[in-house]
Design a protein around this ligand. Sequence first.
Ligand code: SF4
Length: 134
Amino acid sequence: MRSWLRATAADVLDRCTSCGKCFETCPMTPYGASLPGADSTQVVGGILDLLRGKAGNTEALDWVKVCSHSGRCAAVCPEGIDAMVMVRVAHMAACGSIDGPTQINGREDTQFFRRINAFARLQMTDAEIAAWHD
Ligand code: SF4
C-alpha cells in the first residue's frame, strides 16, 4: 500500500502545476477554518509539500480534514490528475501514514483509517497486514 501511495504522490508531484483550480471548485472550503479566501495556489503548494513528506501549511491541513470526496476537483484538473485522490493521499501523509511527520491527529479522520484497520485486523494475519502496509 505504501508503495502505491509513494508512486501516486510522485506522479502528482511530476504533473501538478499548482494552478489551484481543484481547490477553487471544492464545495467544502467554507468549512475549513483557514480556507475561506485562501490563496488556492498556496493551498495546493501545501498539499504538494505533504506529498513530499514535508510539513504542510495550515490551509493544506484544513483542506485535507474537510474533504468530503465530492470529486468535483478531479473533473476540473487540466493535467488530468485525480485531485480527490491527491487530497486523500495528502491526508494520509498528514496523518503520518506514509513517510513524513504526523501533522494531524488520525482521530480527526472519521471516514477511513480506523475502519480499514479494524476490518484488516478481522480478516488478515499479522504477516498479511505487514505485507499490505509495505
Ligand atoms: S487542478 Fe490539477 S494541476 Fe491544478 S493544482 Fe489541482 S491537481 Fe494541480
